[in-house]
Design a protein around this ligand. Structure first.
Ligand code: CAA
Length: 332
């Protein structure tokens, strides 16, 4: 959570002196905070941000209340009471594969909420064209080249995001590929590439990111799975296995981090009109749409809407869930 001195001073119970009159950007845990930047955007920038905790500054191990915390100093404070949390709290969000169909809608929706959005990409040319297009539409995203199927690459990317933007608190594991084939024709390469891009990637990115969420006492992890992880699909034993595996990961991790303010959920979209679905033969696509009770394909915005809901502060009681956005195509 990011706080600033100006806001703190306004609402804190000033029995002891609080942070001073300049704006400070802090990386906060429940009892400690690190001063990340001094007055990064000028005073008044955070005027509208309300904060979760009211607290007293008790740092430096003494009562010298004229002490002003320095950049990178770890300070302590005492929680006094909770204040309502505003949805305008600005967080750092990482969306893997954000340049794709669903990813783009997710990035835009998080940016509209005021979050700082980072995304990964593999194809330089496609990513730069996407970035330019987004700029035209008024969005600024932070792009990081990374193959999320590669553990080392993912670790470096997470470190870079944190160093440049701050601790990640919203993580959307969205990157994924298909290599459809019936099992008797499937090569090891088709199996392995789908499992590593769609399932290993979830471990590769979440593992280095999780500590920042646990430290700050707030985190939202959302794994974008698929209807085909729930019901299976002819020609997708690799994809269905990876997507079903994602939800197993979700449930196990949800148990591990529930007490620390971090939720982990899966979204299982149905068939969406993206490049991935466009690659499926027209006859197959027509037969699929005929099975969808609402009578149309999913849209990326349908998924982004659920991401927006699950990443909000108000969704803290939803964890380990699998939300289907499939127009009734498959019901569990
Ligand atoms: N359902 C039932 N039977 C099928 C079938 C299907 N979808 N596809 C092929 N078959 C049958 C054929 O009719 C044929 O039967 P006969 O031998 O009796 O004639 C037999 O299976 C052929 O088997 P093959 O191994 O030769 O399969 P193929 O090469 O013809 O087709 C495939 C394989 C291209 C993968 C095809 O099954 C297919 O298009 N499947 C759908 C894949 C799909 O839906 N992908 C979704 C991509 S989008 C996505 O994944 C996003 C998301 O999350 C929803």
């Amino acid at each position: 959570m990011f706080l600033c001195g100006a806001t703190i001073q306004k609402i804190a119970l000033c029995k002891h002196r609080v942070l001073g009159s300049t704006a400070w950007e802090l990386y906060q845990t429940k009892t400690r905070a690190m001063v990340l930047k001094e007055n990064p955007f000028g005073q008044g920038f955070f005027k509208n941000i309300s904060i979760r905790y009211r607290f007293i500054y008790i740092t430096k191990g003494h009562n010298n209340m004229s002490a002003i915390p320095q950049k990178n100093e770890v300070i302590s404070f005492q929680t006094v009471s909770e204040a309502p949390v505003s949805q305008s709290v600005k967080r750092v969000a990482l969306v893997t594969g954000g340049t794709g169909g669903i990813g783009t809608a997710i990035c835009k929706s998080l940016a509209r909420k005021g979050h700082v959005v980072a995304t990964t990409y593999r194809n330089e040319e496609k990513a730069r064209a996407w970035e330019a297009e987004m700029k035209k539409e008024g969005f600024t995203f932070h792009l990081y080249k990374c193959d999320v199927a590669d553990a080392e690459d993912s670790q470096k990317m997470v470190k870079a995001v944190v160093a440049e933007l701050g601790p990640i608190q919203l993580l959307i594991n969205n990157a994924g590929i298909t290599r459809d084939s019936s099992l008797r024709k499937m090569t090891h390469e088709q199996w392995h590439s789908v499992i590593s891009s769609n399932l290993d990637s979830v471990f590769n990115v979440t593992r280095p990111a999780i500590d920042y969420m646990l430290d700050s006492g707030f985190g939202r992890i959302i794994n974008i799975s698929s209807i085909n992880g729930q019901k299976g699909q002819f020609g997708q034993s690799n994809y269905s296995a990876a997507k079903a595996g994602m939800h197993g990961f979700t449930k196990a991790l949800a148990l591990e981090v529930a007490k620390k303010g971090v939720t982990v959920n899966t979204i299982s979209p149905g068939y969406i009109e993206t490049e991935m679905v466009a690659a499926v033969a027209e006859t197959v696509r027509n037969s699929i749409v005929a099975q969808i009770p609402v009578g149309r394909f999913d849209t990326p915005e349908d998924v982004a809407h659920v991401v927006s809901f699950l990443t909000s502060d108000d969704s803290g009681f939803i964890t380990g869930a699998n939300l289907a956005t499939n127009g009734g195509h498959f019901m569990e």
